[in-house]
Ligand binder design. Structure first.
Ligand code: 1GP
Length: 254
Protein backbone atom coordinates (compact mmCIF):
# COMPACT_ATOMS: atom_id res chain seq x y z
CA UNK A 1 0.00 0.00 0.00
CA UNK A 2 1.31 3.43 -0.98
CA UNK A 3 2.53 5.93 1.57
CA UNK A 4 -0.02 8.75 1.86
CA UNK A 5 0.29 12.46 2.55
CA UNK A 6 0.07 12.35 6.35
CA UNK A 7 2.48 9.44 6.72
CA UNK A 8 4.92 11.22 4.44
CA UNK A 9 4.57 14.38 6.51
CA UNK A 10 5.35 12.38 9.68
CA UNK A 11 8.48 10.90 8.07
CA UNK A 12 9.65 14.34 6.99
CA UNK A 13 9.09 15.78 10.46
CA UNK A 14 11.05 12.87 11.96
CA UNK A 15 13.86 13.50 9.49
CA UNK A 16 13.90 17.20 10.41
CA UNK A 17 13.60 16.88 14.18
CA UNK A 18 14.96 13.45 15.14
CA UNK A 19 11.98 12.49 17.31
CA UNK A 20 8.55 14.11 17.21
CA UNK A 21 5.82 14.72 19.73
CA UNK A 22 2.15 14.10 19.02
CA UNK A 23 -0.75 14.76 21.31
CA UNK A 24 -3.71 12.51 22.00
CA UNK A 25 -7.11 14.08 22.63
CA UNK A 26 -9.72 11.83 24.20
CA UNK A 27 -13.13 12.92 22.83
CA UNK A 28 -14.81 11.54 25.93
CA UNK A 29 -13.25 14.44 27.87
CA UNK A 30 -13.83 17.00 25.14
CA UNK A 31 -16.34 19.10 27.07
CA UNK A 32 -13.49 20.22 29.35
CA UNK A 33 -11.25 21.47 26.55
CA UNK A 34 -10.80 25.01 25.26
CA UNK A 35 -9.80 24.00 21.74
CA UNK A 36 -8.61 27.41 20.68
CA UNK A 37 -6.16 27.67 23.58
CA UNK A 38 -5.11 24.03 23.31
CA UNK A 39 -4.41 24.17 19.58
CA UNK A 40 -2.47 27.43 19.93
CA UNK A 41 -0.34 25.93 22.72
CA UNK A 42 0.49 22.73 20.87
CA UNK A 43 1.36 24.39 17.56
CA UNK A 44 3.56 26.98 19.27
CA UNK A 45 5.31 24.25 21.28
CA UNK A 46 6.38 22.37 18.13
CA UNK A 47 4.05 19.35 18.44
CA UNK A 48 3.68 17.64 15.06
CA UNK A 49 0.20 16.08 14.89
CA UNK A 50 -2.99 15.46 16.83
CA UNK A 51 -4.36 12.00 17.54
CA UNK A 52 -8.02 11.63 18.48
CA UNK A 53 -9.28 8.54 20.29
CA UNK A 54 -10.03 6.82 23.58
CA UNK A 55 -10.85 3.38 24.94
CA UNK A 56 -14.41 4.14 26.04
CA UNK A 57 -17.30 6.49 25.29
CA UNK A 58 -16.52 6.89 21.59
CA UNK A 59 -19.19 7.39 18.93
CA UNK A 60 -18.72 8.54 15.34
CA UNK A 61 -20.52 11.82 16.04
CA UNK A 62 -18.37 12.57 19.11
CA UNK A 63 -15.29 11.87 16.99
CA UNK A 64 -16.54 14.12 14.19
CA UNK A 65 -17.42 16.98 16.54
CA UNK A 66 -14.05 16.78 18.26
CA UNK A 67 -12.17 16.74 14.95
CA UNK A 68 -14.25 19.64 13.62
CA UNK A 69 -13.38 21.71 16.72
CA UNK A 70 -9.67 20.94 16.31
CA UNK A 71 -9.76 21.86 12.64
CA UNK A 72 -11.22 25.27 13.44
CA UNK A 73 -8.04 26.19 15.29
CA UNK A 74 -5.22 24.02 13.94
CA UNK A 75 -3.73 23.08 10.61
CA UNK A 76 -1.84 20.08 12.06
CA UNK A 77 -2.85 16.67 10.69
CA UNK A 78 -5.58 14.96 12.71
CA UNK A 79 -5.14 11.20 12.92
CA UNK A 80 -7.70 8.77 14.30
CA UNK A 81 -6.36 6.54 17.07
CA UNK A 82 -9.15 3.96 16.93
CA UNK A 83 -10.62 1.75 19.59
CA UNK A 84 -13.26 0.28 17.30
CA UNK A 85 -15.54 0.95 14.37
CA UNK A 86 -17.24 3.89 16.05
CA UNK A 87 -13.91 5.77 15.96
CA UNK A 88 -13.95 6.10 12.17
CA UNK A 89 -14.80 9.69 11.28
CA UNK A 90 -14.56 10.97 7.75
CA UNK A 91 -13.34 14.47 8.61
CA UNK A 92 -9.97 13.16 9.90
CA UNK A 93 -6.84 13.32 7.76
CA UNK A 94 -5.71 9.74 8.41
CA UNK A 95 -6.24 6.72 10.64
CA UNK A 96 -3.71 4.55 12.43
CA UNK A 97 -4.72 1.24 10.88
CA UNK A 98 -3.52 -0.92 13.73
CA UNK A 99 -3.62 -4.50 14.83
CA UNK A 100 -3.30 -5.16 18.57
CA UNK A 101 -0.62 -7.80 18.09
CA UNK A 102 -0.66 -9.17 21.63
CA UNK A 103 -4.44 -9.46 21.94
CA UNK A 104 -6.03 -12.80 22.73
CA UNK A 105 -9.15 -11.75 20.87
CA UNK A 106 -9.19 -12.06 17.05
CA UNK A 107 -11.53 -9.06 16.94
CA UNK A 108 -8.66 -6.74 17.88
CA UNK A 109 -6.15 -8.61 15.73
CA UNK A 110 -7.97 -8.64 12.39
CA UNK A 111 -11.80 -8.68 12.62
CA UNK A 112 -12.25 -5.00 13.49
CA UNK A 113 -9.82 -4.19 10.68
CA UNK A 114 -11.83 -6.33 8.25
CA UNK A 115 -15.04 -4.53 9.23
CA UNK A 116 -13.33 -1.13 9.09
CA UNK A 117 -11.58 -1.50 5.72
CA UNK A 118 -14.58 -0.85 3.43
CA UNK A 119 -15.63 2.15 5.56
CA UNK A 120 -12.13 3.64 5.47
CA UNK A 121 -12.06 3.18 1.71
CA UNK A 122 -15.51 4.71 1.27
CA UNK A 123 -14.51 7.75 3.34
CA UNK A 124 -11.23 8.12 1.44
CA UNK A 125 -9.25 8.12 4.69
CA UNK A 126 -5.50 7.55 4.59
CA UNK A 127 -4.65 4.32 6.43
CA UNK A 128 -1.26 4.11 8.18
CA UNK A 129 -0.43 0.43 8.77
CA UNK A 130 0.81 -0.18 12.31
CA UNK A 131 1.42 -2.89 14.87
CA UNK A 132 0.20 -2.06 18.38
CA UNK A 133 1.71 -3.70 21.46
CA UNK A 134 0.61 -3.37 25.08
CA UNK A 135 3.43 -3.30 27.63
CA UNK A 136 3.40 -3.61 31.42
CA UNK A 137 0.07 -3.21 33.23
CA UNK A 138 -1.42 -1.64 30.13
CA UNK A 139 -4.30 0.14 31.90
CA UNK A 140 -7.80 0.39 30.31
CA UNK A 141 -6.64 -0.36 26.78
CA UNK A 142 -5.20 -3.67 27.94
CA UNK A 143 -8.48 -4.72 29.51
CA UNK A 144 -10.64 -3.51 26.65
CA UNK A 145 -8.35 -5.04 24.02
CA UNK A 146 -8.05 -8.46 25.71
CA UNK A 147 -4.31 -8.02 25.73
CA UNK A 148 -1.69 -10.33 27.15
CA UNK A 149 0.67 -7.48 28.05
CA UNK A 150 4.41 -7.95 27.70
CA UNK A 151 6.13 -7.54 31.10
CA UNK A 152 8.35 -4.44 31.20
CA UNK A 153 11.66 -6.28 31.28
CA UNK A 154 10.98 -8.81 28.52
CA UNK A 155 12.64 -6.79 25.79
CA UNK A 156 13.26 -9.65 23.40
CA UNK A 157 9.53 -10.48 23.22
CA UNK A 158 8.72 -6.90 22.22
CA UNK A 159 11.56 -6.95 19.69
CA UNK A 160 10.29 -10.22 18.18
CA UNK A 161 6.75 -8.81 17.82
CA UNK A 162 8.22 -5.70 16.18
CA UNK A 163 10.14 -7.89 13.74
CA UNK A 164 6.93 -9.75 12.92
CA UNK A 165 5.15 -6.42 12.33
CA UNK A 166 7.93 -5.31 9.99
CA UNK A 167 7.86 -8.61 8.09
CA UNK A 168 4.08 -8.31 7.73
CA UNK A 169 4.58 -4.95 6.03
CA UNK A 170 3.50 -2.68 8.88
CA UNK A 171 5.40 0.59 8.74
CA UNK A 172 5.20 1.53 12.40
CA UNK A 173 5.18 -0.23 15.78
CA UNK A 174 3.49 1.41 18.75
CA UNK A 175 4.73 0.45 22.24
CA UNK A 176 1.87 1.31 24.59
CA UNK A 177 2.13 1.37 28.40
CA UNK A 178 -1.50 2.52 28.63
CA UNK A 179 -2.96 5.93 29.21
CA UNK A 180 -2.37 7.17 32.75
CA UNK A 181 0.13 4.41 33.46
CA UNK A 182 2.47 4.96 36.43
CA UNK A 183 5.37 3.63 34.40
CA UNK A 184 6.16 4.40 30.79
CA UNK A 185 7.88 1.88 28.50
CA UNK A 186 11.46 1.33 29.69
CA UNK A 187 14.28 2.71 27.49
CA UNK A 188 15.92 -0.75 27.44
CA UNK A 189 12.89 -2.21 25.66
CA UNK A 190 12.85 0.65 23.14
CA UNK A 191 16.56 0.07 22.47
CA UNK A 192 15.94 -3.63 21.82
CA UNK A 193 13.14 -2.83 19.40
CA UNK A 194 15.29 -0.15 17.72
CA UNK A 195 18.08 -2.67 17.19
CA UNK A 196 15.64 -5.21 15.74
CA UNK A 197 13.67 -3.18 13.15
CA UNK A 198 13.85 -0.25 10.76
CA UNK A 199 10.17 0.73 10.96
CA UNK A 200 9.14 3.80 12.96
CA UNK A 201 8.76 3.34 16.72
CA UNK A 202 5.98 5.15 18.57
CA UNK A 203 5.94 5.19 22.38
CA UNK A 204 3.04 6.26 24.60
CA UNK A 205 1.55 5.87 28.06
CA UNK A 206 2.58 7.53 31.32
CA UNK A 207 4.89 10.16 29.80
CA UNK A 208 4.50 13.31 31.85
CA UNK A 209 7.98 14.76 32.24
CA UNK A 210 10.45 16.02 29.65
CA UNK A 211 13.22 13.92 31.27
CA UNK A 212 11.24 10.72 30.62
CA UNK A 213 10.45 11.83 27.07
CA UNK A 214 14.13 12.60 26.48
CA UNK A 215 15.23 9.15 27.68
CA UNK A 216 12.63 7.51 25.43
CA UNK A 217 13.79 9.55 22.43
CA UNK A 218 17.46 8.74 23.06
CA UNK A 219 16.59 5.04 23.30
CA UNK A 220 15.39 5.16 19.69
CA UNK A 221 11.74 6.27 19.59
CA UNK A 222 10.66 8.24 16.51
CA UNK A 223 7.41 9.52 17.95
CA UNK A 224 6.21 10.20 21.50
CA UNK A 225 2.54 10.38 22.42
CA UNK A 226 1.14 12.19 25.44
CA UNK A 227 -2.53 12.27 26.40
CA UNK A 228 -3.28 12.72 30.11
CA UNK A 229 -0.95 15.70 30.29
CA UNK A 230 -3.51 17.98 28.66
CA UNK A 231 -6.20 16.80 31.05
CA UNK A 232 -4.03 17.56 34.07
CA UNK A 233 -2.71 20.91 32.90
CA UNK A 234 -5.82 23.00 32.40
CA UNK A 235 -3.87 26.26 32.54
CA UNK A 236 -2.84 26.68 28.96
CA UNK A 237 0.34 28.69 29.56
CA UNK A 238 1.63 25.92 31.84
CA UNK A 239 0.61 23.35 29.26
CA UNK A 240 2.49 25.27 26.57
CA UNK A 241 5.67 25.36 28.70
CA UNK A 242 5.44 21.64 29.39
CA UNK A 243 4.85 20.73 25.75
CA UNK A 244 7.66 23.03 24.64
CA UNK A 245 10.01 21.40 27.18
CA UNK A 246 9.08 17.95 25.88
CA UNK A 247 9.52 18.98 22.25
CA UNK A 248 12.89 20.62 22.94
CA UNK A 249 14.13 17.64 24.92
CA UNK A 250 13.24 14.95 22.39
CA UNK A 251 14.36 16.75 19.27
CA UNK A 252 17.99 16.05 18.54
CA UNK A 253 18.06 18.33 15.51
CA UNK A 254 16.23 21.58 16.29
C1 1GP B 1 -1.80 6.89 24.19
O1 1GP B 1 -0.92 6.03 25.94
C2 1GP B 1 -0.99 7.20 25.29
O2 1GP B 1 -1.16 5.84 23.65
C3 1GP B 1 -1.43 8.28 26.19
O3 1GP B 1 -0.95 8.01 27.46
O4 1GP B 1 -2.49 9.49 28.68
O5 1GP B 1 -0.55 8.42 29.85
O6 1GP B 1 -0.17 10.23 28.19
P1 1GP B 1 -1.03 9.11 28.62
Amino acid sequence: MNIGKVENYLYNRIKERGCIHVILIDPDKFYKINFEKLCTAIEKAGTSAILVGGSTGITESIMMNTIAEIKKFSSLPVIIFPSGLSSIAKNADAIFYMSLLNSLNPYYLIDAQMLAAPIIKKYGLEAIPMGYLIIGEGEAVSYVGWARPIPHRHNSIAAAYAMAAEMLGMRMIYLEAGSGSKESVYPEMIESVRNAVNIKIIVGGGIREEETAGRIARAGADMIVTGTLIENLSEYDKLYSKLKAINDRISSKV
